[in-house]
Write a new protein. Structure first.
Length: 305
């Protein structure tokens, strides 16, 4: 199954679960925070009725829009709120599947949407100097930072990522969703209950890459390894090879031994104070933190001019 379909199904299940049981989860909590963001966004950009900014509008740039549902419930209301004569909505995602699904939606009235298939950390400038942009990153995508395993807080990586993202426009605000619950046992239990999300990459390798018949996706099991302190938590998504496995990838031979551990990716969470400190170091001014006080935060920042 494609990663996008896997996530769309899990997202629907979590929203229904929150409705049925009345208990919050990450998906449902973030939709509520996005609604709060929509109500406050004109204050953040100092939107005054009939002034130049409100006439031209403020563009939206989203890094990693994901599913149609996430786009419709979190991004579109913001783009509508800030729409003006010159504004656009730019969506950057590496996943063709996610972007194609959004592209097939009926065009929202008067909203110009651009689809960019690219890495979210490319550092590309998307706006002319005179355009103002509100940059969003929902779904804790920021936490998937590429960083090696470490006992120390990833200050340099976080600061560099924030600088890269804010390079997208000369004049911009950012709203970045972050996990802030630093309890290892809670995170480990959550991720280990859903190993299919991390192991799906091996099934996609089998389906999409030039691997030979010896490559067996079922030879990998999942564990969540943990690092961190009171400033950060790094969930090190790890695949463990459960038997000796030799295969060819693009005519290069690869030999894995039973027990080998492969670092797949990270999910970082950050304390509010640590993230604010990194934002300052990146030249950003913290202007608000929207929080459900249960581990989901959206940091709103402004690029210093
Ligand atoms: C955790 S999902 C979040 C999706 C959505 N924003 C939400 O709130 O549910 C991460 C999204 O970012 C995209 N993504 C992750 N890393 C990326 C990268 N390095 N470059 C481009 N897109 C990336 C994924 O394809 C996916 O759409």
């Amino acid at each position: 199954m494609s990663g996008s379909l896997l996530w769309a199904k899990a997202e629907a299940q979590r929203i229904n679960n929150a409705l049925d049981t009345g208990t919050a989860n990450m998906v449902d909590a973030e939709i509520k925070l996005a609604q709060e963001l929509q109500q406050k966004v004109r204050d953040y950009v100092r939107w005054h009725h009939q002034d130049e900014r409100s006439q031209k509008g403020v563009s939206i740039l989203e890094y990693g829009p994901g599913t149609v549902r996430a786009f419709q419930q979190k991004t579109l209301p913001l783009a509508t709120e800030l729409r003006g004569k010159a504004s656009r909505c730019v969506l950057v995602d590496r996943s063709n599947e996610f972007l194609r699904d959004i592209e097939q939606l009926p065009a929202p009235c008067g909203l110009k949407i651009e689809f960019i298939r690219d890495d979210i950390f490319s550092g590309q400038r998307f706006f002319f100097d005179e355009e103002a942009a509100f940059v969003v990153m929902f779904g804790r995508t920021f936490g998937n930072l590429a960083a090696s395993i470490s006992e120390t807080p990833p200050v340099t990586t976080v600061v560099q990522a924030l600088k890269t993202i804010s390079n997208s426009a000369k004049r911009c605000w950012l709203a970045i969703s972050i996990g802030s619950d630093l309890r290892w046992d809670v995170a480990r239990a959550y991720y280990e209950a859903h190993p299919e999300f991390q192991l799906n990459v091996f099934y996609r390798m089998k389906a999409e890459l030039p691997v030979d018949d010896n490559f067996d996706p079922s030879a990998f099991e999942y564990e969540a390894d943990m690092k961190g302190n009171d400033k950060f938590m790094q969930v090190i998504h790890t695949a463990i090879v459960n038997r000796d496995l030799s295969f060819n990838l693009n005519e290069e031979s690869i030999a894995l031994k039973s027990g080998d551990r492969l670092h797949l990716k990270n999910s970082f969470s950050f304390s509010e104070a640590f993230f604010r400190e990194c934002a300052n170091l990146a030249g950003l001014v913290p202007i608000d933190v929207l929080s459900d006080n249960a581990g989901s935060d959206i940091h709103v920042l402004e690029k210093a001019t």
